[in-house]
Design a protein around this ligand. Structure first.
Ligand SMILES: C[S@@+](CC[C@H](N)C(=O)[O-])C[C@H]1O[C@@H](n2cnc3c(N)ncnc32)[C@H](O)[C@@H]1O
Length: 263
């Protein structure tokens, strides 16, 4: 990224940061204000400033201007379904290797949180084709993806993924539905040889059925795992793990497509 990209442009998403508990994701727009209990700021005054610099509120408090990460954008998404949480998103990225230029098929758009994350990985040369059976979720997912500025890299299709995917020879298939084992065969048909499948499941019985079907249909390197994340409270001489943690989000399963040839 060049240094000139590090300045706020009109319409950019920006994080206005005071503390971890007091931060706002806003658009840098002339003629709009952000009102807080610490005074207001003119959002237009952020335009042209370098990220990392500050603005003062009407009451003289200093707020920092930060470029949002994909997680900042995702955590502000409107949601009507269970979503995939940041720790699991990170693991999906590293275990699948999804990166710029990949073609990815997703089943279960839901609120579009995972879709947004995947689109951010595949841009600018790749694409995410996301299937959602329930039309009422699609509009909200589109809004969330658009808000993150990633609509160009996503096509949402209203369809039951069990009927199959239109795309073929794709690099990865990502599944987040309640009955993932029902999509294993259609995922195999869409994937290129050696392509990767990943699935997100809240319960162990889903994982058992999924893994049995993966082995049956033609996948190897099948791995299921759960990530436990513990934050640290850092204070000099008193650093210790946080007393609270999220107990459970989801189990993740990964596998690679194989092609049976007689040799
Ligand atoms: C848990 S939500 C997905 C959440 C999403 N990953 C996110 O991070 O926002 C599961 C979604 O899968 C959709 N779904 C379930 N079965 C499906 C199928 N066979 N084909 C397409 N979508 C399906 C549901 O309607 C629901 O919106």
């Amino acid at each position: 990224m060049s240094k000139s990209d590090n300045y706020v442009k009109a319409g950019d998403n920006v994080v206005i940061y005071f503390t971890d508990k007091k931060k706002w994701l806003v658009r840098a727009k002339a003629d709009e204000k952000l009102h807080t209990h610490l005074g207001y700021i003119e959002l237009g005054s952020t335009i042209g400033k370098e990220y990392g610099s500050s603005v003062k509120t009407s009451l003289g408090e200093r707020f920092w201007i930060l470029k949002p990460t994909i997680i900042d954008l995702i955590l502000k998404a409107e949601r009507k379904t269970q979503i995939v949480y940041p720790k699991d998103l990170g693991m999906i990225a590293s275990m699948t290797g999804i990166s710029s230029g990949f073609t990815v098929v997703e089943a279960g758009t839901g609120s579009g949180v995972l879709t947004t994350f995947l689109a951010n990985l595949v841009k600018p040369d790749g694409h995410v084709f996301s299937y959602e059976i329930r039309p009422e979720f699609i509009e909200m997912a589109r809004k969330n993806i658009d808000r993150a500025g990633l609509s160009d890299f996503v096509t949402i299709k209203q369809s039951d993924a069990k009927k199959g995917f239109d795309e073929k020879d794709v690099d990865a298939v990502i599944i987040d539905v309640g009955d993932p084992w029902t999509l294993v065969r259609v995922a195999w048909e869409a994937l290129k040889g050696g392509g990767v499948i990943a699935s997100v499941s809240p319960t162990m019985n889903q994982v058992e059925k999924l893994v049995a079907e993966l082995a049956n249909v033609g996948f190897v390197k099948i791995e299921s795992l759960e990530l436990l994340l513990r934050n640290l409270e850092v204070r000099t001489g008193m650093t210790r793990p946080s007393m609270r943690m999220i107990g459970h989000t989801a189990y993740l399963t990964f596998a690679r497509k194989i092609i049976m040839h007689e040799v």
